[in-house]
Design a protein around this ligand. Structure first.
Ligand SMILES: Cc1ncc(COP(=O)(O)O)c(C=O)c1O
Length: 428
């Protein structure tokens, strides 16, 4: 299917004579690197096989001037994804309404199927959109609720989602109940209780952030969903930081709605995302952008966005190729290995602690660095000023520290420098 689509697009481009020498050179270079990665995969490389991960690094266009350890904010794309986006963009500009709506958009249903395959769900439950905020706000505003209905969420959720729920509270008189987690923790019962203690007969929705962006804490989404289902409470899952990072199938989390960005861990083009809605909930959910039949059970009703970037959407396919080439499990193991590589070394430095759980069930690539007696901004500024290591300072509720997020292209040399920098900052 994918080959047929590629062939079709290549023929369309080729017949117009736009395949320049540099495009040919780029694709030859890309193909030889991808062939090398394919070859290396045969020996089943593990999380500490630096030769293999060095090849993965080459597939990205990593800056030699800085060390980017804020991949939690947004990921860069492998060169193959960037090139696909540019190729589609140039193609679209040859005749936008023809190439976008009649040529590129032929790839929409195959893309939906590929995303569903990656997410382990039915394609009829996947809507393609622009980011996690759009996906989750579609769910948040689309769930039919009445004045007095209660929604349980937590103080550590993402601000856009908190604000969307607060807007419904102001406009419609729904009632928000707030869990307040003490993080980090590896205590499932305590985390689940944080929500169930707030459930009442009026509770209609629980909102769960699968991986807390502030410190990388994984929440037991499935265990919370099981409790919600017993009480007929709908579950909205914010998977912005877990999709293509941790290995799972979306329906197995037990939610009713799931939203994620694809420009985070999938390394798809900036401004790409997906919404998953459980089949039985599609009909009752209002689309955010109006549709001729808002009560249709067709998931495509959530895609009535008007004109948007088709080149961005369709280059998602290339990011899926890259994800599948590495494999979800291998990627998750490497990300966890990288987090542990620097954090287990840093924790031995006097005055340094890590505000993130350690075990693989409770964390992935993201970890929070804490240095006694220093404000997070002071530490992140020193990392940047003296080492050109880019991170982000976090201060949210009780969570304080510097968020360090490597990605599959991060080298151990970069992390060694990070540990050296932490040692110097902690002793200053
Ligand atoms: C937990 C969480 N949810 C949602 C979002 C929103 O993502 P986007 O800005 O791509 O819509 C983010 C972004 O960092 C996030 O960390």
């Amino acid at each position: 299917m994918e080959n047929a689509r590629r062939q079709f697009l290549q023929q369309s481009i080729g017949s117009l004579g736009v395949l320049s020498t540099s495009t040919l050179f780029d694709s030859a270079r890309k193909e030889s690197l991808i062939a090398e990665i394919h070859q290396a995969i045969r020996s089943n490389p593990g999380p500490n096989d630096e030769e293999f991960w060095g090849l993965i690094r080459q597939a990205y266009t990593v800056s030699p001037q800085l060390i980017n350890l804020n991949n939690g904010g947004v990921s860069p794309q492998p060169e193959s994804v960037q090139n696909a986006m540019i190729r589609f963009y140039q193609m679209a500009n040859e005749g936008p309404s023809y190439y976008m709506w009649q040529v590129l958009d032929q790839g929409r249903e195959p893309l939906r199927r590929r995303l569903a395959n990656l997410a382990g769900c039915d394609p009829e439950e996947i809507a393609i959109n622009r980011n996690a905020s759009e996906a989750l706000e579609t769910a948040i505003y689309g769930i039919p609720l009445e004045k007095g209905d209660e929604v349980v969420l937590c103080k550590q959720d993402y601000p856009n989602m908190i604000n969307a729920w607060k807007q419904r509270e102001k406009r419609e008189g729904i009632v928000l109940k707030w869990a307040d987690h003490q993080l980090p923790t590896e205590d499932t019962a305590r985390l689940v209780k944080g929500y169930t203690d707030l459930f009442t007969r009026k509770t209609k929705v629980v909102h769960i952030t699968h991986v807390i962006n502030w410190n990388g804490q994984v929440l037991p989404a499935k265990a919370i969903s099981i409790e919600a289902a017993k009480r007929d409470i709908r579950v909205v899952i914010d998977g912005a930081h877990s999709f293509a990072h941790l290995e799972y199938n979306i329906p197995d989390l037990g939610g009713d709605y799931f939203g994620t960005s694809l420009h985070k861990w999938l390394s798809a083009p900036f401004g790409s995302g997906l919404l998953w809605v459980k089949k039985s909930r599609i009909e009752e959910t209002w689309p955010l952008f109006a549709n001729p039949d808002p009560a249709t059970p067709d998931i495509r009703k959530f895609e009535a966005l008007g004109t948007r970037s088709f080149p961005i959407e369709h280059a998602i396919g290339e990011a899926i190729d890259f994800q599948e080439l590495i494999g979800n499990k291998r990627k998750q193991e490497r990300l966890w290995y990288l987090k542990n590589y620097w954090s287990t070394r840093a924790i031995d430095i006097p005055g340094v602690s890590i505000g993130t759980p350690v075990s693989p069930d409770w964390s992935g690539a993201i970890a929070l660095l804490q240095v006694d007696g220093k404000e997070p901004s002071e530490v992140s500024q020193a990392l940047w000023r003296d080492y050109k290591i880019h991170t982000v300072a976090i201060v949210w509720e009780e969570i304080k520290g510097v968020r360090i997020t490597p990605h599959v292209y991060t080298s151990l040399r970069d992390l060694d420098l990070l540990v050296k920098a932490i040692r110097q900052i902690a002793s200053a």
